[in-house]
Design a protein around this ligand. Structure first.
Ligand SMILES: [Cu+2]
Length: 320
C-alpha cells in the first residue's frame, strides 16, 4: 500500500468519502431484475422448453431444464449488472463522475472470500443434490434402464414395444399383439410403455425426441426404457449413434394416438400381417441374424454388396 496516500481514505462501506454505496445499488438492481425475469421465464418460456410434455419423461426433463435455467439466470444477471454498472458509473469520459479509485483489494478480503465460497458451494451442492434426486426419482432422463432395470414404473399395465435397429432403419415389434412387425411406431396415449431396444448389427441409439426417450441399441442387448405417454401427437425418431454412411437418414415419425385408435390399429395390423409374422423369427428380446448363410453372421455371404436386401431382418433362411 505504498501509494495509498494518493487515494481518498476508504470508508467502512468500502468506498471513498461521499461515494454512493455501489455494491448496495448493484445488489438492488440485480435483485429486482432477477425477481422479474425468473418468474417471466418460468411462466412464459418454461412451458415451451423442449422436449415438451408428451410423456412423463419429457415433463420431468422440461422441469429439470427450467430449474437449471432459473438457477443460471441470476448468475448471468449478476455478471451483466456488474458489467453494465461499471461501464456507466466508471467510464472514463463521464462528466462529474466519481474519481477513479481502485477500491479494496479482493485478495485477503474476508467478506468477498466467504461470500464467493459460500454462494458457489450452495449453488453447486444444490445442483448436485437436485441432479441426483432427478436421476433416481425420474429414472434418469429417459435413457435405457438396461437389460435388468433396477427401477420399474409403478403402473400395473405396461405395454412392451420392441425397437429393432439396423443399418439403417428402425423396425417395431409388438409382442402383445402376436409379435407383428411394423415400420410405424404407434403408441397409445395415457399408457406406460416399455421400449425394448436392441440392434441387429452395429451400435445404434433410439432417440424419440418428443417422448424424451433415448436408449442405446446394441446387438445382443435388450435395453429397456420406460415412459408414460400423456396426450396424443406426433414425434420424431432418430438414430443418435453414428452407425455408418446412412446414419443421417435413419429416422422416422411416430404417433401417440388414443387408446381406442391404438387398439384398432394394432388389431388390424396383427391380422393383416399374420402371414408375414409366421415367417419372422419367433419373438425374442434379442436376435442374431442368421438368414445369411449356414455360418450365420450379420452380413450376407458371397454377395456383391454387403447390404443386399437378403440381409434385412426377418427374411427367411435361404434353402441351402
Ligand atoms: Cu443407427
Amino acid at each position: 500500500m505504498t501509494d495509498v496516500g494518493q487515494e481518498p481514505t476508504p470508508t467502512s462501506s468500502g468506498g471513498p468519502p461521499n461515494e454512493p454505496r455501489h455494491f448496495v445499488r448493484m445488489l438492488a438492481i440485480w435483485l429486482v431484475l432477477s425477481a422479474i425475469l425468473d418468474p417471466l421465464f418460468w411462466f412464459l418460456v418454461g412451458p415451451h422448453v423442449p422436449p415438451g410434455t408428451m410423456t412423463s419423461t419429457a415433463e420431468s426433463n422440461q422441469l429439470d431444464f427450467n430449474i437449471l435455467f432459473v438457477m443460471a439466470l441470476p448468475v448471468l444477471l449478476g455478471v451483466w449488472v456488474y458489467l453494465g454498472y461499471s461501464i456507466v458509473m466508471w467510464r472514463d469520459g463521464r462528466k462529474d463522475g466519481p474519481a477513479a479509485w481502485g477500491g479494496e483489494p479482493a485478495r485477503g478480503n474476508s467478506s468477498a472470500t466467504v461470500a464467493w465460497i459460500s454462494i458457489t458451494s450452495v449453488v453447486v451442492l444444490f445442483l448436485a443434490g437436485f441432479g441426483t434426486w432427478a436421476l433416481i426419482n425420474d429414472h434418469g432422463s429417459g435413457g435405457g434402464e438396461g437389460p435388468n432395470p433396477v427401477w420399474t414404473p409403478s403402473s400395473g399395465k405396461i405395454l412392451p414395444i420392441q425397437v429393432i435397429a439396423q443399418q439403417w432403419k428402425f423396425t417395431y415389434r409388438y409382442p402383445t399383439f402376436g409379435g407383428f412387425e411394423s415400420q410405424q411406431l404407434i403408441v397409445p396415449a395415457g399408457t406406460t410403455v416399455a421400449f425394448h431396444v436392441t440392434s441387429l448389427d452395429v451400435i445404434h441409439s433410439f432417440w424419440a425426441y418428443q417422448l424424451s426417450v433415448k436408449a442405446d441399441a446394441n446387438p445382443q442387448i435388450d435395453n429397456v426404457a420406460f415412459t408414460t405417454t400423456r396426450g396424443t401427437g406426433t414425434f420424431t425418431v432418430r438414430c443418435s449413434e453414428l452407425c455408418g454412411i446412412w446414419h443421417g437418414a435413419m429416422f422416422n415419425d411416430g404417433k401417440v394416438v388414443s387408446q381406442n385408435a391404438f387398439e384398432a390399429w394394432a388389431t388390424a395390423t396383427e391380422q393383416a400381417t399374420a402371414a408375414n409374422t409366421k415367417n419372422l423369427p419367433p419373438f425374442a428380446w434379442t436376435y442374431v441374424p442368421d438368414a445369411n448363410g449356414s455360418a450365420g453372421g450379420y452380413y450376407p455371404d458371397g454377395t456383391a454388396t454387403p447390404y443386399s436386401p437378403s440381409e434385412t431382418y426377418g427374411s427367411s433362411k435361404p434353402v441351402s
